[in-house]
Design a protein around this ligand. Structure first.
Ligand SMILES: C[S@@+](CC[C@H](N)C(=O)[O-])C[C@H]1O[C@@H](n2cnc3c(N)ncnc32)[C@H](O)[C@@H]1O
Length: 371
């Protein structure tokens, strides 16, 4: 098991190296150290997956209890054996991690000594063609972690060209977003998109690659997966909920796999702790009191040994912080803005000429390239 940021092949969708991964939790030692487990307590694992973090947390101290969440019913079903093995110390709930406060209340937890999120899809999700996350395995164009709601096929077959372009651009940082969106809308009138192969082959005809490049569909598949599962909105809401649920001195550890997620975590911790890093993000206002304290090296990444044992750890970043005793703050608008699609960002080319299909070299405010 590993967290995977992109929708196939590896966290950055790198050149084909698809393997059925063993269940290797990413940055496990670093996460355990960040959570400070020696005195036991109550912990929340918002992304149970195969239970790698949960088991390690429970094993660290015999008095520890864990509330674990996952939105994927197959992860919950497979996790029942872990629940049974820990004799009442593990409560496993099928729900989104943004819903952690309601889940905690229902399960009888008053607050937590540590909360961990390991964002992304699991190897099990990626490896099952039927889930539709992978452009390497042909399957239905689905991508729903929870198995309900709007699928990737629903988006490409019914959203407007402008909306599809926005999704590909903002959630996939795909500079050919408009060209791909136009081709999707042209093709779908003839034949609606139903399979991962249909979409990845169509994108492959548009984007030329050289040996060693990432698969041309990597960014588009990442974008659709983020949109289908509202992954960035989930993360933004969960960070705020964790601030409300952590006890003073409690630890929040977040492992992310691509820059969109990591930027949200970084901005949230920076503004809540007053640690502004490169001053690019809004510093804490004078009237605010720090709700988190950041210590040590930031972010943490996989070392040589983990990288060679588990190549999928190469994009993982861990950011962790310690809750202070200050009261939780209101919503951080900068964090929610990073998670949202702009209301009206799509613009037709002003020349009226069709796009050349070449990526622009310009850099916008987000560093994602102008369109
Ligand atoms: C990278 S895996 C976690 C692996 C886990 N740390 C382990 O050691 O086995 C991510 C898991 O989080 C779940 N997930 C992703 N987003 C979620 C959300 N918003 N709410 C709840 N679960 C989510 C996925 O279904 C997946 O099972």
């Amino acid at each position: 098991m590993t967290g995977l940021g992109a929708s196939d092949g590896g966290a950055d969708g790198g050149p084909a190296r698809h393997v059925s991964a063993p269940h290797i939790p990413v940055l496990l030692n670093e996460v355990l150290a960040a959570l400070e487990l020696s005195s036991g307590g109550d912990f929340l694992d918002g992304t149970f997956g195969a239970g790698g973090y949960t088991r390690a947390i429970l094993n660290a101290n015999p008095t520890t209890r864990v509330l674990a969440l996952d939105r994927d019913p197959t992860a919950i079903a497979a996790g029942q054996a872990v629940v049974a093995a820990y004799g009442g110390r593990l409560t496993l709930v099928e729900t989104e991690f943004s819903n952690m406060e309601a889940a905690a209340e229902e399960a009888g937890f008053a607050g937590f000594d540590g909360i961990v999120l390991d964002i992304g899809v699991s190897s099990m999700q990626l490896d099952q063609a039927i889930r539709g996350f992978s452009f390497r395995n042909d399957g239905p164009l689905d991508m729903r972690m929870a198995g309900e709601g709007e699928s990737a096929a629903d988006i490409v077959n019914s959203e407007s060209e402008a909306r599809i372009a926005d999704i590909l651009y903002h959630y996939g940082e795909e500079r050919l977003s408009r060209v791909i969106a136009r081709a999707i809308v042209a093709d779908r009138t003839e034949t609606p998109f139903t399979t991962t192969r249909q979409l990845s082959e169509m994108i492959g005809r548009i984007i030329r690659t050289k040996p060693g490049d990432i698969h041309p569909a990597t960014r588009s598949f990442q974008a659709l997966r983020i949109a289908v599962n509202d992954e960035l909105g989930e993360l933004a809401r969960a960070l705020h909920a964790a601030e409300r649920l952590l006890k003073p001195g409690g630890r929040l550890a977040v492992v992310s796999f691509h820059s969109l997620e990591d930027r949200i975590v970084k901005v949230f911790f920076a503004s809540r702790s007053g640690r502004v890093g490169g001053s690019r993000y809004a510093p804490m206002q004078a009237h605010q009191v720090a709700t988190f304290k950041v210590e040590g090296k930031w972010p943490q990444t996989a070392g040589e040994a983990e990288l060679s044992a588990n190549p999928r750890s190469r994009s993982a970043k861990l950011r962790a912080a310690i809750r202070t005793d200050a009261a939780p703050q209101g919503p951080d608008e900068a964090v929610f803005a990073l998670a949202a699609l702009p209301a009206q960002s799509y613009r037709k080319p002003s020349s009226g000429k069709p796009s050349s299909g070449k990526p622009s070299s310009g850099k916008g405010k987000t560093g994602r390239g102008r369109r």
